[in-house]
Design a protein around this ligand. Sequence first.
Ligand code: NAP
Length: 246
Amino acid sequence: MTRILLLGGTTEASTLASTLAKDGMDAVFSYAGRTAKPVSQPLPTRVGGFGGVDGLTAYLQAENITHVVDATHPFAAQMSTNAVQACEAAGVPLCAFERPAWQAGEGDTWVRTDSVDGAVGALPDTPARVFLAIGKQNLTQFAAKPQHHYLLRLVDAPEAPLPLPHTTVEIARGPFDAAGDTALMRRHGITHVVAKNAGGAGAAAKLTAARDLALPVIMIGRPQVPARPVKGSVAEVMAWLSHPAD
Ligand SMILES: NC(=O)c1ccc[n+]([C@@H]2O[C@H](COP(=O)([O-])OP(=O)(O)OC[C@H]3O[C@@H](n4cnc5c(N)ncnc54)[C@H](OP(=O)(O)O)[C@@H]3O)[C@@H](O)[C@H]2O)c1
């Protein structure tokens, strides 16, 4: 009997959930609970952390989970690390469903960095107008450069005061398109873009817009997660579910 835990939070997770539901598979979708109104899923859904590695191990055993698919965001490194360790402890096979990282192309001006602090350091010292396209996490680090004006694009309106003195908040949920992002950046006089290398189509518009407007992109590279099998399409994940040992 197959019973799948699908760790979600990405477009890939939602696409896989549709296929699992269509095929009548027994699966539970899991959200961290970061957004007020997460996209509803065609699978039984749970919301909230498991309580670290031990909590997830206990959950896998209590729920008789036979397979885990980690389709969290490439920057959700804590969850991905916990999933590897808990699956090892519980003897449950795991695969990640992950989109490839973006690559710079002709006309792109990317400044690459490995961390959020690196991105802060890569911003100029003179006041600039920055499209800080990294979601709501890690904003505090940018308080080290309060001279800049930051354009933030968030799914939900912030509940607490922002740690940055000069901000404009745009409330929007992807996918985004290049024409819209070009217009947004023009409207706000953006001079620099800061992005996490999430990959995928829905959030790539800002990169195309930056290229069209000849703006530099400070690109934060993906964090390290322990080795695990990585699948790149729904078909590959479905094949793995049939034969996880492959
Ligand atoms: N990081 C990003 O840039 C980013 C961007 C877009 C979307 N997201 C999505 O937002 C969620 C949280 O991201 P994050 O950066 O906070 O992750 P994280 O730092 O790796 O995770 C922190 C903790 O949140 C809980 N958690 C994360 N994903 C979960 C899930 N799918 N189901 C249940 N609990 C989960 C776990 O708590 P316990 O230890 O208590 O189990 C985990 O230890 C992820 O699902 C991710 O796909 C993240």
